[in-house]
Design a protein around this ligand. Structure first.
Ligand SMILES: [Ca+2]
Ligand SMILES: [Ca+2]
Length: 244
């Protein structure tokens, strides 16, 4: 949903009166209603921004990705209070954030999100349309960012995934502080060493045969650190049964 579409569904009173209470609205059906959208309206009018500290922790995942595949960077939040809206920018190390998946459980309720993907520095915003759908304190999965990793990106590259311009909101604007933790994408060679389209026992055999220096089989040095060892074995096991 675009911001303009969502805005058109918000009553003017909710936007101009941040302190308005939910009781002034009759809750409509979820299929067509907007009357409970107090949090979004208040957020847009007041522009409350959380500050660095210890109130909300927003965390981008640290993930691995094979050359030529798409990294999936999950964004999680740990809250100490109710949350009814959030926004942040995420820049995956110079790569394109191709898409944003609103696959966190909060989007099974009235939450709506919108974003600027595809972008090198994608903006993600989301709010709950009904105030009762604010999330309780705790650890929450929010969204997943899809980042295609080019096939020619060197193995061993670690791309920082930076979170900036972060905002969190709740109904009473009582989330005072925020602490972001950036993530990363580590690039690996494919674990499908024999190229048959699947990671399995034959690939394991090739990796073990190359154990030690990379002179035997550089492709088996999955993390490109110069040695075929337990780190590469761990990566192959992680990718077992996949395309690599
Ligand atoms: Ca294979
Ligand atoms: Ca290695």
């Amino acid at each position: 949903m675009t911001r303009s579409n969502l805005m058109s569904r918000i009553p003017v009173s909710a936007i101009t009166e941040p302190g308005i209470t939910e009781s002034r609205f009759a809750r409509p059906s979820r299929s067509g209603g907007c009357a409970g959208a107090v949090v979004l309206g208040a957020m847009l009018s007041a522009g409350v921004v959380a500050h660095a500290g210890d109130g909300v922790v927003l965390r981008a995942a640290t993930v691995g990705c094979t050359q030529g595949q798409t990294a999936e960077v999950q964004i999680r939040a740990t809250t100490v209070g109710l949350v009814g809206g959030f926004g942040f920018n995420i820049a995956p190390g110079g790569l394109l954030a191709a898409d944003v998946r609103y696959d966190g459980p909060i989007f099974e309720t009235s939450w709506q999100g919108w974003d600027s993907a595809p972008s090198l520095d994608v903006r993600v915003d989301a709010v709950c349309v009904f105030t009762e759908d604010q999330v309780d304190p705790g650890d929450h999965t929010l969204v997943t960012i899809e980042v295609p990793v080019p096939a020619d990106m060197p193995a061993g590259t670690v791309l920082p995934v930076a979170l900036t311009n972060i905002q969190f909101f709740n109904y009473d604007f009582t989330i005072p502080t925020l602490e972001p933790f950036d993530g990363s994408i580590t690039v690996y060679r494919t674990s499908d060493l024999d190229g048959d389209g699947l990671v399995g026992s034959s690939d394991l055999g090739l990796l073990l045969a190359a154990w030690g220096t990379v002179g035997k089989n550089a492709a088996a040095d999955l993390n490109a650190d110069g040695t075929v060892n337990g780190a590469d074995l761990g990566r192959l096991v992680d990718r077992w049964g996949t395309i690599g």
